[in-house]
Write a protein that binds this ligand. Structure first.
Ligand code: SAM
Length: 251
């Protein structure tokens, strides 16, 4: 393995290393740094969390950390006082930045991605390993394909929180995703689905699906996200329009 520092990027993405594996594709390691001037009890005390995320330089959606992921991860970091002991399921985890932040902040986390993508599930385990989270002890990793109802879905419910970063990226699977979320929320009292949505086309909408599956949605104002730590929102979102949605059962 050879580590090459490529650049220091900004206040949250501190640096990127290329790792040339002797027996596989080139891996890129990104270090994300979460900082706060207060501890999770709100007392003045600096806190820092560093997360290493591996990416593979080959074409698959799941091996890259999408711009939505740091947004959701930072939101969780700011709410970390609420996380210890919470049962959290991340769907479509990909490189799993939000779920790993939640686990590091004390939540009981299960990471998941499509059961048809064993290499992605393996890659999620590598993300865990690089952050000193032992799979099956500190964190769980399962195959969970949207719209399919297997035993492993039953095994994770009830949950307190579902996370999803940039899962609404292909309209052909929007309903499968929402059906899965609706099923989990129906079986998890007071749970909610916190997800980041990158606007890619004004023609796309999930509103009719939320109505069909008896769900409601609230949009969080993220204009001040990161501000207390001196992070510019642009550093989190880049040029993209990213919404933070909270979806729950209609009461
Ligand atoms: C755009 S990527 C986002 C990855 C990661 N959450 C992020 O924000 O960096 C979408 C993710 O959804 C997963 N995915 C796509 N279709 C899926 C399905 N039918 N069931 C479960 N996961 C799926 C992909 O494998 C991929 O990891």
């Amino acid at each position: 393995m050879r580590y090459v520092s490529v650049f220091g990027e900004n206040n949250i993405l501190e640096c990127v290393f290329n790792v040339q594996m002797s027996d596989g594709p080139t891996e890129q390691l990104k270090k994300f740094v979460f900082t706060s001037k207060c501890n999770n009890r709100g007392e003045p005390q600096e806190e820092t969390l560093e997360i290493i995320i591996p990416e593979l330089l080959q074409g698959s959606y799941s091996f890259y950390t999408w711009p939505s992921a740091p947004v959701l991860a930072w939101f969780l970091w700011e709410k970390r006082a609420e996380l210890p002991g919470r049962r959290v399921l991340e769907i479509g985890s990909g490189t799993a930045l939000p779920g790993i932040v939640a686990a590091k902040c004390g939540a009981r986390v299960t990471l998941s991605d499509s059961a048809t993508l064993p290499k992605t599930l393996q890659h999620i385990k590598r993300s865990c390993h690089l952050n000193n989270l032992v799979v099956d002890r500190d964190i769980e990793v399962i195959g969970l394909t949207w719209g399919l109802f297997f035993d492993n879905l039953e095994s994770v419910i009830p949950v307190d929180l579902i996370l999803g970063s940039d899962c609404f990226y292909d309209p052909s699977v929007f309903e499968d995703l929402i059906v899965t979320v609706s099923f989990i929320l129906e079986n998890s009292i007071n749970a909610r689905f916190l997800c980041t949505y990158q606007e890619r086309s004004s023609d796309w909408s999930i509103e009719h699906l939320l109505v069909r599956w008896n769900l409601q949605c609230q949009i969080h104002n993220i204009s001040k996200l990161g501000a207390s730590a001196g992070i510019d929102l642009f550093e989190l979102t880049g040029d993209h329009t990213i919404l933070l949605l909270e979806i729950s059962r209609k009461t």
